[in-house]
Design a protein. Structure first.
Length: 251
């Protein structure tokens, strides 16, 4: 069974106005458990809208979206909030950590909201901190650590809920190239342990770490690539070529 099933998804803003905006026109694809997918496209192509719909932050105008068989479009606002806490993990470009909380408490936050017992929080954080290399900074504050370390804390916060699906929106966009590579290597290891990941990125270098890349143009899936046995360099070149064709209006 597919983890995520998206069929004929559409999203129109200002639908009842004289100038409706069709952000997504016809999106269909499936995601299997353990996949690592990158989504690319020019600014305004619909990438963020698609991610927001998967994240239950927005509702589609038409089409079907199922996560583990759950119809996401049927959830009320309260149900969607609960579903996000229990089934989805989020990583953002600018980390979205609370500076008033320690790194440990930032990581615990989604579990606190879900009213998970303290003993269970402590049980979960220990192996996670070790795997992400953050044991030494866990009781410091976000302002006391580097951007790369902040992103590691954000990744821990996303993973501590043991999500069905990890959603990453430009996760390396605020980082230098060396730190970006460290974070992407980390994603690679997380995925190798079975975590399903969907990452929106404008970077061919970042997308090359994924196993499959979807390209969106004008609200539709324009093309998709599979990494297969390609090296990171080979796959990055293929991604770059496809993006160049897309940008130049090729068919």
């Amino acid at each position: 069974m597919n983890l995520l099933h998206i069929s004929h998804l559409q999203k129109t803003y200002n639908a009842n106005s004289t100038h409706p905006v069709k952000a997504l026109k016809e999106i269909s694809f499936d995601v299997n458990p353990g996949e690592y997918i990158a989504i690319m496209g020019e600014s305004g192509a619909g990438k963020s809208t698609l991610l927001n719909i998967i994240a239950t932050l927005e509702k589609a105008s038409a089409g079907e979206i199922l996560l583990n068989g759950q119809d996401l479009s049927s959830l009320t606002a309260d149900q969607a909030a609960k579903y996000r806490r229990e089934h989805l993990g989020f990583i953002f470009q600018h980390f979205n950590l609370l500076n008033s909380l320690s790194n440990r408490d930032n990581i615990y936050l989604p579990l606190v909201l879900a009213k998970v017992p303290v003993a269970e929080m402590e049980k979960r954080i220990q192996p996670l901190a070790a795997s992400l290399g953050i044991e030494q900074i866990i009781d410091r504050y976000p302002t006391e650590v580097s951007g790369g370390q902040q992103q590691r804390i954000a990744i821990a916060r996303a993973l501590i809920t043991q999500p069905d699906l990890l959603l990453a929106d430009e996760p390396t966009g605020a980082l230098d190239s060396n730190t970006s590579n460290e974070i992407l290597d980390l994603f690679d290891r997380v995925n190798a342990n079975g975590q399903t990941i969907i990452m929106v990125t404008h970077s061919a270098a970042a997308a090359s770490y994924a196993k499959r890349t979807l390209f969106i143009k004008d609200g539709r899936i324009y093309h998709e690539l599979f990494r297969g046995d390609d090296s990171l360099k080979q796959y990055q070149e293929e991604i770059s070529k496809t993006m160049m064709t897309l940008t130049n209006g090729g068919e």
